[in-house]
Design a protein around this ligand. Structure first.
Ligand SMILES: *Cc1c(COP(=O)(O)O)cnc(C)c1O
Length: 400
């Protein structure tokens, strides 16, 4: 259960994991190196929306690994267009305008791609003067870890020590359409938001926020970019969290669950007239859209096409939410927020989120704290109601 001193000394200290070493996973369960089993309620920050080693995903990966794994984009391969077409069919109806797909690998790369596409669209199409484009982001955002992305983070740990920062971003308070309106001018090319802020603790915006942003962006010919890397692909009971408010973004970033926990697979999906500005040579990735990633991605899309998992997240989420509300009513939790099978729980001091996660670990449930007093729960969408109830019983016990 403990990290060896040797391993800790050569591994860069940029994480502080819970003291557990996992060796195997299947569905909602993982096993550690001492044979203890745990229910995984973190699901790789929603990368494992379909649980560990979903048979459809491992079968697709195994078959492709024995066939062709990498071509680079210098050559075409048989799965690239099918992947783009299937993803466009799934996400296209949920975005504004006829869709295009640009495959990348990690979430941060998808966000960087959206930033580049928005800027280039601003110069080539909107007519913003060269090098003047601005993008508006909100307080408490999490969009990844690259130097440009941490430039517009408001988390001191994520940002401090990594300057000089990339200019061209305006940070406004979260949840206010007026704040974004005031920050807009003729240089504004995009508003970049997470429909629900995951890293911040599953923070759900006011009802009118996203519809207000949509209307504002349309009015000023500004792109609404929704980072759905954590909120998307079934987590909230819908394919995109944006659907909860009936909002169609201009660009959507996807990652995490798009690779089913097997591969890093990300993409930007959105208006063809915007992504179309990224012509040959202007942007790329050695691994983006590789055959193995496309095989897994297509299998992931196959799991989402019927809508069954999304419906399941809604139904199970209502049942789960009622139980979580009881914990708040009983005073065991300070507050809770939930959308589908995604919850942010605030503990009551002096208990910290980390302490609660340690108690859960000792009782066979894996979860992760965020921002001191909050824990974030994201069970696999495939979890059984019995396992979900077991996890909630364990949470209740840990809080008592
Ligand atoms: C995880 C995450 C990212 C970054 O994804 P990586 O694959 O870790 O680069 C970006 N945006 C959101 C909302 C995320 O949750």
């Amino acid at each position: 259960m403990t990290l060896t001193v040797g391993a800790a000394s050569v591994l860069a200290p940029n994480y502080h994991p819970l003291p557990v070493t996992l060796v195997e996973g299947l569905g909602s369960w993982v096993t550690d190196d001492e044979g203890r089993r745990y229910l995984d309620l973190l699901s790789g920050y929603s990368a494992l929306n379909f649980g560990h080693r979903h048979p459809a995903l491992t079968a697709a990966a195994h078959a492709q690994i024995d066939r062709l794994t990498l071509t680079s984009r210098a050559f075409d391969h048989e799965l690239l267009l099918p992947f783009a077409e299937r993803l466009a069919a799934l996400i296209g109806p949920l975005v504004a305008g006829p869709p295009m797909v640009l495959p990348m690998n990690t979430g941060a790369e998808a966000v960087e791609t959206a930033v580049k596409a928005a800027r280039k669209w601003g110069y080539d199409v909107k007519g913003v003067p060269a090098d003047r484009a601005t993008i508006i982001v909100v307080d408490g955002n999490f969009h990844g870890r690259t130097t440009t992305i941490v430039s517009f983070s408001t988390d001191p740990d994520a940002r401090r020590g990594f300057g000089p920062y990339t200019p061209g971003f305006r940070i406004v308070p979260y949840g206010s359409v007026d704040a974004i309106r005031e920050a807009m001018d003729e240089t504004t090319v995009a508003v970049l938001v997470e429909p629900i802020q995951g890293e911040q603790g599953v923070v759900i915006p006011p009802e009118s926020y996203l519809p207000g942003l949509r209307a504002l962006c349309t009015e000023h010919d500004v792109l609404l970019v929704a980072d759905e890397i954590q909120s998307g692909l079934g987590r909230t009971g819908t394919t995109l969290a944006s659907e909860l408010w009936g909002v169609k973004p201009d660009l959507v970033t996807l990652g995490k669950a798009l690779g089913g926990g097997v591969m890093p697979v990300s993409a930007v999906v959105g208006r063809a007239d915007v992504l179309g500005v990224l012509t040959a040579g202007t942007h790329g990735s050695t691994f983006g859209g590789n055959p193995l990633a496309c095989a897994v991605g297509i299998a992931v899309i196959g799991l989402l096409e019927t809508g069954e998992l999304q419906a399941r997240a809604t139904t199970l989420g209502l049942h789960w939410g009622a139980r979580l509300d009881t914990l708040v009513d009983e005073g065991l939790l300070a507050s809770s927020r939930r959308a589908g099978l995604w919850a942010g729980l605030d503990v009551t001091p002096p208990l910290t989120g980390r302490q609660l996660c340690e108690r859960l670990l000792a009782r066979g449930v894996l979860a992760k704290d965020t921002h001191g007093s909050t824990i974030r729960l994201a069970p696999p969408l495939t979890i059984t109601v019995e396992d979900l109830d077991l996890a909630t019983d364990t949470l209740t016990d840990a809080l008592r």
